[in-house]
Ligand binder design. Structure first.
Ligand code: ATP
Length: 778
């Protein structure tokens, strides 16, 4: 037993007592506060005397109301605050702290013992910290330094000193299970233990074992843009989530959880990561997928393809005649050249090319597209593009007024009046009476002018037209976008050889009211360049996970949508699975987004998720994989089993699942290339008890044995992974290398590959270097 254990357990007992006392106190406080709030709500109107007789009475009532509302809101917020603290203390009851540093500040003689946990705790006198929050400035020493000179940054400046000792604790349910003086021991026992555990339904927080490079990401606080490029399993998502917790702590008076958005690959991933922040005593940030944003903006006008439909096409339709052109189109439409070309195109629209729609009322054209075009290109040419559109709107509104006058003599107006319901008639009467200054009690005396009634009817009917004008809907955006594919002179960049086919397909899609996924963002981007960008200034931080899947259009759109936000971009180019993925890591575009001075790039090469043998295998699948450093966790070599046919494959997999389950693994994924392959595999493997099929719509991350398409397994992990069919026939094309790599890197403890016939050439290097065990018959 460690000689310090006794002493440490005593201190722990003390801390537990303080926590228990505070819990007791808070329980009674929150109950009282809760009752007070309920009471105030119940008797809200008793306290407010509503009297509107005179202006002074009215004023008093308003003031009274305000005061009551304010009291209620203060009560609610105090109660929420206390309830939140109570929940954190309850969590601390199990693990009050996980680390300690002994720090001697320069100029002082006594070293301080700093215990670190998920939240701070003061002693009963309220003067000394028993525990420091892991996000407090001094706590960074714990993550950043080995014993020796160390420093940390406070709002008041740098603090220099010496880290004398560093301890790690394993505490469970208030009991000290073990402690490590990490200044003496080599290696990282606690990290070993954490990583060796089973997978959970939800991702866990990593605050007890944050690594130095991850800490840099979490506490990064300069510039508008942080780019994190990290190997599979290096902790990008984990760092992103702890970073959010850090920001919520550091800027607690300025930033609330709903002012931070995490963009993630799909809804299932959202559920997978949804527990980390609450576990740390913070509220969850907003979570979104880019697809949801596109849906919100474009699904009224178009039938939108989802990124997963696009991927499914890419993975399964290689035999279709237009396949090659579509792939080239996908790549081109996500390229930087196309992005620049669209910006240029918008500029040329200042001189010519902007298309308009006829403005119609009751099926009749009241202002033609031709008139609009002549007006736009005939006047105010020295003004900026948005100002010219504004002038056009004003002109149009006047035209609408004229049109309304003309409509008065149309017979439909009389017909409408005759058809008015009593209720509608009275509403109009009341409205006009009020307009003419009749007080409520005199309104019955008001007699409506027939012409005025007509005017109201016409205005009501014209409302939609005015709205169209306000929203600039008279611009034919679809036509403007289509021109890029019908007028060969517009795009001034090199286009793919298959351009003719790409154009045909794009035009056909648009004519059918559909928008391919590769067209959606460029279309929206062009639309916003013309109509103006929508903005949301309340968001202060956006974090983009799996950023390798985003195109320049998407980054630029997010930047413009959230002009007050800082951006954290996390990705791994080796996992770029979409067809538009660039061949090489391209940080330049991202750096250009906010400029070099505002941008920092952090690389993470150490990988934690998988055992060392699995990482050694997976890194052999990609170019420059040797740069990935495995965390030293032991395990079996990945296994390759070659089978003769599908029925042998299914038998072997079923057998393997049983074997893995008998070893205690609960989270087992059978990863297929596509949804189509997953569906077939699921049908064939349905005898496995409790097996589930994960589809694009699956909202909750499921535990147990799952069959899952590679692209949905992205970002998540499983105790054991079975690659359904790693044959050359399935993974023969070079473009699938990254998808294959992504699938294999999902494994924490065991990886099993099956191959019907010849295995994919992706594993050639692994076979040559004995990074796999061959299993002839399972
Ligand atoms: N410092 C750490 N302490 C404990 N566990 C860690 C640490 N860093 C990473 N992990 C664990 O490693 C696994 C991978 O982390 P995470 O999913 O954040 O990596 P990633 O870089 O986002 O992976 P990928 O790109 O492959 O999806 C998770 O189980 C995570 O909890």
């Amino acid at each position: 037993m460690n000689p310090h254990s006794q002493q440490e357990q005593e201190r722990l007992n003390n801390v537990m007592n303080v926590i228990n006392d505070q819990i007791q106190q808070l329980e009674s406080d929150t109950l009282k506060l809760r009752n007070e709030v309920i009471n105030t709500r119940k008797h809200f109107w008793d306290e407010v005397k509503v009297n509107m007789d005179t202006f002074d009475d009215y004023l008093e009532t308003i003031i009274n109301l305000r005061q009551e509302a304010q009291a209620l809101s203060v009560g609610e917020s105090t109660h929420n605050h206390a309830a939140k603290r109570l929940a954190t203390l309850q969590r601390m009851k199990s693990v009050p702290y996980f680390g300690r540093i002994d720090f001697l500040e320069d100029g002082l003689t006594e070293q301080e013992q700093i215990y670190i946990g998920i939240s701070s705790l003061m002693d009963s006198s309220g003067e000394d910290f028993l525990i420091y929050d892991w996000r407090a400035p001094v706590s960074s020493v714990y993550y950043d330094y080995e014993p020796g000179p160390a420093q940390y940054i406070t709002p008041g400046g740098k603090v220099n000193g010496e880290l004398k000792k560093k301890w790690q604790y394993v505490i469970r349910n208030g009991k000290l299970e073990s402690l490590f003086d990490t200044s003496l021991t080599i290696g990282d026992e606690i990290l070993q233990k954490v990583l060796g555990k089973g997978a959970d339904k939800y991702m866990q927080s990593i605050v007890a074992t944050i690594q130095k490079d991850q800490n840099r990401i979490i506490r990064h606080d300069q510039g508008r843009m942080l780019i994190v490029h990290g190997a599979a399993g290096s902790g990008k998502t984990s760092a992103a989530l702890q970073r959010i917790a850090f920001l919520l702590y550091k800027y607690r008076d300025f930033i609330k959880a709903d002012q931070i958005i995490l963009f993630s690959p799909n809804n299932m991933f959202n559920s997978y990561v949804s527990n980390v922040l609450p576990e740390l005593g913070e509220e969850n940030m907003q979570q979104d997928t880019f697809q949801e944003y596109l849906d919100h903006r474009l699904s009224k006008e178009f039938q939108l393809e989802t990124p997963f439909d696009q991927l499914e096409y890419v993975l399964t339709a290689a035999d279709s005649p237009s396949y090659r052109a579509r792939i080239k189109g996908i790549q081109f439409k996500a390229s930087y050249q196309f992005f620049e070309a669209i910006k240029l195109y918008r500029e040329t629209l200042e001189k010519s090319g902007l298309l308009f729609k006829d403005i119609k009322f009751r099926g009749k054209t009241i202002i033609s597209a031709q008139q609009l075009s002549e007006k736009f290109y005939g006047e105010h040419l020295s003004l900026s593009f948005p100002s010219r559109l504004e002038k056009l709107q004003i002109w149009l509104m006047n035209k609408i007024k004229e049109a309304e006058k003309i409509e008065r003599s149309e017979p439909w107006v009389e017909e409408e009046i005759e058809l008015l319901s009593n209720d509608a008639y009275h509403k109009i009467h009341k409205y006009l009476a009020k307009k003419h200054g009749f007080e409520r009690e005199e309104q019955a005396d008001y007699e409506m002018e027939p012409n005025e009634l007509k005017q109201v009817i016409i205005r009501l009917k014209m409302k939609a037209v005015r709205q169209q004008i306000k929203e600039l809907e008279f611009i034919d955006l679809e036509g403007v976008y289509k021109q890029l594919f019908t007028d060969p002179l517009i795009l001034k960049v090199a286009v793919p050889d298959e351009w003719k086919e790409i154009c045909q397909e794009t035009v056909q899609m648009l004519d059918e009211g559909k928008l391919h996924y590769e067209d959606a963002t460029p279309f929206l981007f062009l639309q916003e360049l013309i109509q103006g960008f929508q903005t949301n200034r309340s968001i202060k931080h956006i974090l983009i996970d799996e950023a390798q899947d985003y195109s320049p259009f998407q980054f630029e759109s997010l930047k413009r949508l959230f002009p007050s936000a800082k951006m954290t971009v996390l990705g791994d180019f080796n996992q770029a699975i979409f067809a538009h993925a660039r061949e090489v890591a391209d940080f330049q575009m991202l750096t250009n987004l906010y400029g070099e001075e505002q941008t920092e790039v952090i690389n993470m090469t150490r990988s934690y998720r998988s055992t060392k043998p699995i990482i050694e295998f997976t890194r052999s699948l990609i170019a420059n994989g040797e740069n990935i450093i495995p965390f030293d966790r032991d395990g079996d070599l990945p296994v390759l089993a070659q089978v003769g046919n599908k029925s042998e494959l299914h038998m072997s997999i079923m057998f393997k699942v049983l074997k893995l389950q008998s070893k205690g693994y609960e989270n087992i994924a059978i990863i297929c290339k596509s949804a189509e392959e997953s569906k077939q595999a699921f049908e064939e493997l349905s005898k496995i008890e409790g097996i589930k099929l994960i589809k694009t719509g699956t909202a909750e991350f499921e535990q147990g044995v799952v069959v899952i398409p590679s692209y949905l397994a992205k970002g998540i992990e499983f105790e054991a992974v079975i690659i359904y069919d790693a044959s050359e026939q399935v993974y023969g094309d070079e473009s699938l290398r990254r998808i294959f790599y992504t699938a294999c890197t999902r494994a924490m403890h065991e990886l099993h590959l099956y191959s019907v016939g010849k295995p994919s050439h992706f594993i050639k290097k692994a076979l040559e270097n004995n990074l796999l065990t061959l299993e002839s018959n399972s």
